[in-house]
Design a binder for this molecule. Sequence first.
Ligand code: IDP
Length: 166
Amino acid sequence: SRVPIITASSCLELTLAMIKPHATKVPYIVKGVQNIIISNDFYIVRSKQMTISPDLAEAFYKEHKDKFFYNRLITLMSSGISHVYILARQNAIKKWREIMGPTKVFKAKISHPHSIRGQFGLTDTRNVTHGSDSVESFKKEVSLLFPEFNVNKWYETEEIHFRSNN
Ligand code: IDP
């Protein structure tokens, strides 16, 4: 497996990525997204498959509870198996969101056809992947989906260890 080259001066950032339930049913899309993760030099820190309960989906998307698409979103997110990842890279949060492309699939297909959502998106709700939009969101999302993962400890120990090994 391929490990990104980390120089002594570089600094890794973590982000949370997810392949949403409608997309995990299609091996071609899962393969495509995983290839994009690897070819963009993300290091996979954790990965798992899980079924998100409606309660967990509501906690995850709390800030959208007044939106017209909220019920649709909660139904989708709790409809099957999600693949969730903690990814590390320089500027991981920004880079992953760039690679995903715009939230709205119709826009992604026109302006960012090579993005994940441009290539594999189906509708504005079924837009294939999730990615944290800030450090604060990442911390909240990780505490919901990987409650045993200690972000501060990772930065204090693993990240430094990782750098000195490369
Ligand atoms: P993001 O996933 O790009 O961060 P958000 O605005 O946080 O986008 O929206 C969360 C999720 O809600 C989207 O990924 C998508 O699944 C769904 N969503 C957002 N906007 C719409 C919409 O206009 N119609 C239907 N679903 C939407």
